[in-house]
Write a protein that binds this ligand. Sequence first.
Ligand SMILES: Nc1ncnc2c1ncn2[C@@H]1O[C@H](COP(=O)(O)OP(=O)(O)OP(=O)(O)O)[C@@H](O)[C@H]1O
Ligand SMILES: [Mg+2]
Length: 234
Amino acid sequence: MLRLHEITSGYGSTQVLHGISYEVPAGEVAVLLGRNGVGKTTLLQTIMGQLPLRQGTLTLGEQDIGRLPTHERARLGLAYVPQGREIFPGLSVLQNLRVAVLGTKRREWRQRLDRILADFPLLADKLNDSGRSLSGGQQQVLAIARALITEPRVLLLDEPSEGIQPSIVVEIAELLVSVAGERGIAVLVAEQNLDFVAHVTPSVNVIDKGRLVAQVPVEELLNTAELQHKYLGV
Ligand SMILES: Nc1ncnc2c1ncn2[C@@H]1O[C@H](COP(=O)(O)OP(=O)(O)OP(=O)(O)O)[C@@H](O)[C@H]1O
Ligand SMILES: [Mg+2]
């Protein structure tokens, strides 16, 4: 569904990504694992078009999207939940969802809302609560729901487990797997939390200094302190 071929990107004279090739199939959750500063956010922003792609190609289905502006990529089906989850704290949960799809007609909006609330029942109980009154984990769920209500083909998530209680980390991981499967969405997650990763996928690709350096079974990572040190610096 989403294909990266020899992607390079960076800031000014600093090149951060050095030729990343990767593919995320529809219906699956793929994880790129990497410690702080290795280029995870840079990669997701490059896929989204918030940073220019310097070299390489980026394809969505059959379409080359690597030089399109961000809003065009969004229109074609890319959705992005940035690091630190951006929701509107002063708006209610319902308003947060509505503003994500302002252009849709009332009937379509109701259908999409019903579908989202079926997938995320915890939001159904909080529709009138303000964004800021939610816990960190609930805000992350809202941020994911806001992305999904646009009915994307590809969902990009930047460290969804950051700063969230362990119990809801697992819940979010399991939700993503079921939503990806049910809706046939290609989900790409950048993470460094092994607990999250263990509930999402049996195997991860490791990113280090702007390169994909290894594909490792999660089981092996969980059981091997040296590997955790090598790839995550913990
Ligand atoms: N706006 C910027 N200008 C210049 N350099 C930047 C900028 N943003 C990030 N960098 C550098 O690019 C490299 C990759 O950063 P990036 O934010 O992509 O890493 P990351 O893997 O997302 O890290 P983290 O886990 O801390 O979020 C780092 O060396 C960082 O210092
Ligand atoms: Mg980052």
